[in-house]
Design a protein around this ligand. Structure first.
Ligand code: ARG
Length: 458
């Protein structure tokens, strides 16, 4: 018999019950549901809405239920409508008099809003720790590759010399932003809607601030309609997760390219790659491909949540039960992807020679050649044109800017001197970029230190 059976003359249809039930997916919020109920009950006692004996029984009952669920002794009843009903019914089975008092001054509408907020808040902590591992792995690898020259690309065409450290640290910057974003979102997640009731609070003298403080929340929500119907925090969280996946997906794309025979910049550890069922020579970067694939579903999760919410009148509507599966999926996918990706990076082999070879071909020092002439007094546009002609000459004659004779240089402009060879040497191109944010080893080292320090605050 459902807890709300009073008004009804018939039992619910079995199929409808199964259709209506959210227990199969909201059961993962059991801890948060119990935590919220304990704070609510404590406040009811403090406000003399329930007596001490009722509180003590509720306290004991809920703690027992928590431990029994955790030990696998208490199984979720698939017929229960949701985790909230299941736990309250279980408590009432054990303490019939006191159990029935727990829901005084509360509705499932503010209860579920609270539980989901507590759940997201807890998950954000775990996500932060996974992101922190990722950033620290990237700074660690980068510290070993401050001098590993590779071509930087635009349009996937070799453009200017950078280091492998600089490339990896771009991703560290993205993941650090993800951490900042989650921290900021958490300010709006960790706010208590409890006391909003079904939609219009209640006639009991609740102390809402007390409940929020008990739960370690920043504040309470000040409009009860908004309290029960706001899911912005779920969408913001899913959106932050989609951004993490988008970053991972771009990274995956590069890993996949770098593993190819065309690049061979890295080789994945055997434990982090797979073979083919037919082609004996294959070593496939499946992890990166799966991560890239999974980014699609997380982006889909955000879009589902936004679409689900956009037409809902105030306040609670059952549609909102559909917020959980997509949000949970987004959280689960990111929690699956981040640690294996981090491990995969940590164990990969970096082929410095291949990177260097790629950097030596493609005239990625052409900008520096033009800058050389500019520094000797030529206008940049003229220097640019002359260098363009030099590059065309090199392509025609299978030469590089390093291999051209000084006589040939001089045919293009008499300002060229012996020191041009130093100017176009890749190390010079790299380490002359002393501007903050750039790839020179000195600047990069400072950036790594800055990021490691920032991450240690999390
Ligand atoms: N299972 C519901 C949900 O996830 C809980 C709230 C139900 N409230 C209600 N009045 N039916 O949204």
């Amino acid at each position: 018999m459902a807890l709300w059976a009073g008004r009804f003359s018939k039992e619910i249809n079995e199929d409808v019950n199964a259709f209506n039930s959210s227990l199969s997916f909201d059961c993962r919020m059991y801890k948060q549901d119990i935590r919220g109920s304990l704070a609510h009950a404590k406040m009811l006692m403090k406000q003399k809405i329930i007596d001490e004996q009722a509180y003590n029984e509720i306290y004991k009952g809920l703690n027992d239920i928590l431990h029994e669920i955790e030990e696998g002794k208490l199984l979720f009843d698939p017929n229960a409508e949701d985790i909230h009903m299941f736990i309250e019914a279980e408590l009432t089975k054990r303490y019939p008099v006191s159990g029935k008092k727990l829901h005084t001054g509360r509705s499932r509408n503010d209860q579920v809003a609270l539980d989901l907020r507590l759940y997201v808040h807890d998950e954000i902590k775990e996500l932060q720790s996974l992101l922190k591992d990722m950033v620290l792995t990237l700074t660690k690898i980068s510290s070993q590759h401050l001098e590993t020259i590779m071509p930087g690309y635009t349009h996937l065409q070799r453009a200017q010399p950078i280091t492998f450290a600089h490339h990896l640290m771009a991703y560290a910057s993205m993941f650090l932003r993800d951490m900042d974003r989650l921290k900021d979102i958490d300010k709006r997640v960790n706010v208590s809607p409890l006391g909003s009731g079904a939609l219009a609070t209640t006639t009991y003298p609740l102390d809402r601030h007390f409940v929020a403080e008990e739960l370690g929340m920043n504040d309470i929500m000040y409009n009860s309609l908004d309290g029960v119907s706001d899911r912005d925090y779920a969408i913001e969280c899913a959106n932050a997760l989609a951004l993490i996946m988008m970053h991972l997906s771009r990274f995956s794309e590069e890993i996949i390219l770098w593993c190819s025979w065309e690049f061979k910049f890295i080789e994945l550890d055997d434990a982090f790659a797979t073979g083919s069922s037919i082609m004996p020579q294959k070593k496939n970067p499946d992890i990166a491909e799966l991560v890239r694939g999974k980014s699609a579903r997380v982006i889909g999760d955000v879009s589902t949540l936004l679409t689900m919410m956009k037409g809902l009148p105030l306040a609670y509507n059952k549609d909102m039960q559909e917020d959980k599966e997509n949000l949970f999926d987004a959280i689960d996918q990111v929690k699956l992807c981040l640690p294996v990706f981090t491990e995969m990076l940590d164990t990969m082999n970096v082929n410095k020679e291949k990177m260097r070879e790629a950097a030596a071909r493609g005239f990625i020092n052409a900008t520096d050649c033009a800058d050389y002439l500019t520094k000797k007094g030529l206008a940049f546009r003229d220097a640019y044109k002359i260098t363009g002609q030099l590059v065309a000459y090199c392509i025609e004659n299978n030469e590089t800017l390093e291999s051209l004779s000084l006589d040939t240089y001089k045919k293009f402009h008499n300002m060229f001197e012996e020191d041009v060879y130093n100017a176009v040497a890749l190390e010079t191109c790299l380490n002359s970029r002393q501007v903050v944010g750039g790839p020179s080893s000195k600047v990069e080292k400072e950036n790594i230190e800055r990021i490691e320090k920032k991450v240690s605050d999390y």
